[in-house]
Ligand binder design. Sequence first.
Ligand SMILES: Cc1cc2nc3c(=O)[nH]c(=O)nc-3n(C[C@H](O)[C@H](O)[C@H](O)COP(=O)(O)OP(=O)(O)OC[C@H]3O[C@@H](n4cnc5c(N)ncnc54)[C@H](O)[C@@H]3O)c2cc1C
Length: 381
Amino acid sequence: MNPIVIVGSGLAGYNVARELRKLDKETPLTLISADSAQFYSKPMLSSALGSGKAPEAIAMNTAEQMNAQLNATIRAHVRVTAIEPAQHAVHLYQETLHYSKLVLALGADQIRLTIAGNAAERVMTVNDLTDYTQFRATIAGKESIAIIGGGLIGCEFANDLTSGGFKVSVIDIAPQPLSRLLPPAGAAMMQSKLAALGVEWRLGTSVTSIDSAGEKLRLTLANGETFEVDVVLSAVGLRPRIALAQAAGLKTNRGIVVARSLATSDPDVYALGDCAEVAGLVLPYVMPIMHSARALAATLAGKPTAVSYPAMPVLVKTPACPTIVSPPAAEAKGEWIVTADAEGVKSLYQDVTGKLLGFALNGKATAERATLTPQLPPVLS
Ligand SMILES: Cc1cc2nc3c(=O)[nH]c(=O)nc-3n(C[C@H](O)[C@H](O)[C@H](O)COP(=O)(O)OP(=O)(O)OC[C@H]3O[C@@H](n4cnc5c(N)ncnc54)[C@H](O)[C@@H]3O)c2cc1C
């Protein structure tokens, strides 16, 4: 019998394997990963530098340990180069593997902006444990870091690196941090709390070029300002990895298009996690992965199950300004009602009848998360 093959050893790949093993201990399972297939929690990458955590302290299990835990064949450092759905086959470098069912858990790439200058290629990104290892080695003994992007990941790195003693500046094209997640009052609190830690904000502008300046990097901004730093980190968003699926003729859009069954346009190929677009939604967070993994495992174990998502607030890991967000759906019609004092900002997104459609809580207002979350509509019912 051909195995179920999972491609990807991130939270999506490993969680679907774990959930499957709770229901079915025997069906042969192969997990293929382009990386070392160590099990780790990716959200730690933007909150572990400040405390000096080594990559080994972040990785929770080796590929061998996961092999034993999951009764699976785990193949690390092996890249899938093509998929042939009609043959139920995936191609590796010099090998073809046949599957009964295929699960794509390929993740997403950090978007790289096009920036001019002779040192633009020195911009770093942190999207996995290998990146973290390289970034940690690069910043050792350095003083100043520019972060391009003041979104969730940029703000988390800014808080973490400042706590670690680095001089951090954040550049964002928007006039405020977290522009996709926070209304202005909440963003202002994030901005001032991180500024109080030492973060320098350069908002409403962008980086046009990066050039070498001796050991340093000189950034030129669209507003004409120039300044020098030791290291530049980019955190401007993610792009689902769709190329493999696209080349195989599977339907793709922003992500690999899947129905609520998590099946792609081929009924024996599934996708979940950062690479997937589930019923039109691309949700690159941990909670949607956990719900998807449970539903897909049930389907793979023989009980077809559609995924549903409750409201899933996201914690922004900025201890200087505790923040929890549950953004309204793109098509939601309402307005932000904001109450603020020196210690917190509560932003509620409500429709004309007062129904709660989303929220953003900063500072002491985060204490209201437990009472507000049950009032939110499900993300996918
Ligand atoms: C710094 C950072 C902080 C974050 N913090 C939070 C947070 O606080 N809360 C939250 O909810 N979310 C957070 N996220 C998002 C969350 O971590 C991701 O949604 C989640 O980890 C994605 O898991 P994944 O398995 O889909 O993808 P990934 O972890 O990217 O895994 C993809 C896997 O696919 C493999 N792969 C890709 N292509 C191939 C191929 N061709 N052949 C073989 N293998 C392949 C890769 O090697 C990798 O093993 C954060 C993300 C980052 C980057």
